[in-house]
Design a protein around this ligand. Structure first.
Ligand SMILES: C[S@@+](CC[C@H](N)C(=O)[O-])C[C@H]1O[C@@H](n2cnc3c(N)ncnc32)[C@H](O)[C@@H]1O
Length: 289
């Protein structure tokens, strides 16, 4: 595994150590991600979007859970596909970075789609190792690499990335620090795409359900406004903003029928339903040098 920094420089705060420990221990909450990933070897640690095929809830009972798993996985892959759709024109000579790459699902999809070089960055040494093993098994290790690094200070050269994305990772970091680093890494005109859950400023203080989700995952969900302020402060100019909330609610409803449901379904559905939490996709271009 490529290490640009010694371990002490990757995990700089007690909070970062606790986030790394959570992902290194492959928490029980992630069992659902493992089972869904076994469908086709793409491991996602994010949620799904799109219209579910509800026929999986019918038919023979002995195969129902298996069909449900495949359908949930299809919706999670559809989410990553939508994210990649927003990166713009990417060629095989371009370089992309996945900030908070998990077990690499979205990174492998990007490499398959664009044929380009991919660098995934995660503060979980376990995840980086596992994803690098997968890259080798897939024969993609020459182009797809995972690094045990902090996305707030990656150690990569400035101005080398054509695109960067974060798929459900920004709630673990300070957005001003993150976007300063992304702005440094992006070429002029490079694209950043973010999919995230955020609290809705219109509601004022965060709702009980949003606080519950924070506590459950040890994260810090940011208000919607914070994304745009931090982008503006770092030369990242939004080109499109999509509220994916209506597209993700059916996924969560379907998940309530799965044996793999973890108990987070209720607060997600409550907060999305009342409007205090939103599932947002923002694509932004780096302007200036
Ligand atoms: C919910 S998972 C999302 C994983 C992946 N993006 C996906 O869609 O499957 C959150 C990820 O963020 C990573 N992460 C959290 N804080 C980080 C940081 N400061 N630097 C790099 N990765 C971080 C975790 O290690 C984990 O891989």
């Amino acid at each position: 595994m490529t290490a640009l920094h010694p371990e002490t420089d990757v995990l700089r705060t007690e909070y970062q150590k606790s986030v790394a420990a959570y992902w290194n221990n492959n928490p029980n909450d992630a069992r659902v991600n493992t089972v869904l990933g076994e469908v086709d070897g793409l491991y996602h640690h994010h949620y799904g979007i799109g219209a579910p095929d509800l026929s999986v809830l019918e038919g023979p009972e002995d195969t129902r859970q298996e069909r449900l798993v495949k359908e949930l996985h299809r919706l999670e892959t559809a989410q990553a596909d939508l994210l990649l759709d927003h990166l713009g024109d990417i060629g095989p000579d371009d370089r992309l970075m996945d900030g908070g790459s998990g077990r690499g699902g979205t990174s492998f999809m990007a490499n398959q789609r664009f044929g380009c070089r991919m660098d995934g960055v995660t503060i979980s040494e376990y995840q980086a190792g596992l994803a690098n093993d997968q890259a080798r098994d897939r024969g993609a290790a020459d182009k797809v690499r995972f690094h045990f690094e902090n996305m707030l200070d990656t150690g990569f050269e400035s101005g080398v990335m054509r695109g960067i994305w974060t798929n459900e990772t920004t709630m673990y970091v300070d957005l001003y620090e993150l976007f300063a680093e992304f702005s440094r890494l992006l070429k002029p005109g490079g694209r950043y795409v973010c999919i995230t859950g955020c609290s809705n400023d219109v509601f004022g203080a965060r709702s009980a359900s949003v606080s519950w989700i924070d506590a459950r995952y040890g994260c810090n969900i940011h208000p919607r406004s914070e994304y745009f302020k931090a982008m503006a402060a770092n030369n990242l100019v939004p080109v499109s903003v999509t509220d994916l909330t209506p597209d993700t609610i059916p996924y969560w409803e379907l998940r309530t029928h799965s044996e793999l449901a973890t108990g987070v379904e209720e607060p997600f559905l409550t907060s999305y339903g009342e409007g205090s939490f939103q599932y947002l996709m923002i694509a932004a271009d780096k302007v200036g040098r």
